[in-house]
Design a protein around this ligand. Structure first.
Ligand code: 13P
Ligand code: SF4
Length: 300
């Protein structure tokens, strides 16, 4: 039996749900029960009947699934698949900022550890960041860890956003000069980028969207050619969604190495061995879960 068939059979036997982020390898996206952005995958993790969730993404995503599905076993096929941005903010950083801004509420990007989530009032993703900032009852917002997403939200709100120094190394590498270069090669293409990009890149784009919103946009547009300014894994889903559009990666090096760690072999092994289990320390679990649930409540 080939690996794909063996994975599907095992997943069925174990009543497992395979979730894959939009940046995963094509073959992982193809085998998953659901693909999506961070918000969509959290919503699915919060409401499903599976006994086991196999999370193909990075660690904070599997951790969020475990927080939202406390009665289920959540596994990640590669325990080394982390998100460097999530490691750029520590609980001490949050405490320090809270001390300096006692009236502020903490809105934390889902790309963060459970320990940081536990110190937050609410979580957001790139899909709902502005909505959450607008809906939370405070005029001063501590927004961590992504300085670029924080800066992007600041453009559209009158609230005061205080942020830190976090960023995504994959998106940060993509420069204005790179975008000028690709635009010159394809002057007739529309440009869409992720809000984790540098502000000067976002300024030059026609649209700034989360990966889930990119998929929704291409499903209903008449545009024929699009430069995609985010991790190249998303192009697989964009092509499946809109086969008539030509998608051009903004750069061939737009690759998140952590998102590429999981492959069919590690996914198969993970299902066979029930590894690697993602758990959250009891002392922070409840507070982190509340912050995530508040996000789901305010994301309507
Ligand atoms: P999305 O929620 O837009 O999928 O983003 C997650 C992420 O890690 C982007 O780098
Ligand atoms: Fe983290 Fe960036 Fe990879 Fe997203 S693309 S998982 S933010 S390192």
């Amino acid at each position: 039996m080939d690996l794909t068939a063996a994975i599907k059979k095992l997943a069925r036997e174990k009543n497992a749900l395979i979730l894959a982020h939009n940046y995963q390898r094509d073959e992982i996206q193809d085998i998953a029960d659901h693909t999506g952005d961070s918000l969509e995958l959290s919503q699915i993790a919060a409401k499903n009947d599976a006994e086991l969730i196999v999370f193909c993404g990075v660690h904070f995503m599997a951790e969020s699934a475990s927080l939202l599905s406390p009665d289920k076993k959540v596994i990640i096929p590669d325990p080394e698949a982390g998100c460097p941005m999530a490691e750029m903010v520590e609980p001490e950083d949050v405490l320090e900022l809270k001390k300096g801004h006692p009236g502020a509420k903490v809105v934390t990007y889902i790309n963060s550890s459970a320990a940081v989530k536990a110190l937050s009032d609410i979580i957001c993703t790139s899909s709902n960041a502005l909505k959450i900032v607008e809906r939370i009852d405070a005029d001063e917002i501590i927004f961590l860890p992504d300085k670029n997403l924080a800066g992007y939200v600041q453009r559209f709100t009158r609230k005061t956003i205080i942020t830190g120094k976090g960023f995504c190394p994959t998106h940060e590498r993509f420069s204005r000069a790179d975008l000028i270069f690709i635009k010159q090669k394809h002057p007739d293409a529309l440009v869409m980028v992720h809000p984790e990009c540098r502000p000067e890149v976002a300024d030059m784009a026609d649209m700034v969207l989360s990966t889930g919103r990119m998929v929704k946009f291409v499903a209903q547009t008449d545009v024929k050619k699009i430069i995609v300014g985010t991790e190249t894994g998303i192009i697989h889903k964009l092509k499946l969604t809109a086969p008539g559009i030509e998608f051009i990666p903004a750069s061939d090096s737009f690759i998140c190495p952590n998102m590429k760690k999981i492959n069919l072999n590690t996914l198969y092994r993970s299902l066979v061995n029930g590894e690697f289990v993602v758990t959250v320390d009891e002392s922070i679990r409840e507070k982190a879960r509340r912050a995530l649930e508040r996000m789901l409540e305010l994301s309507y």
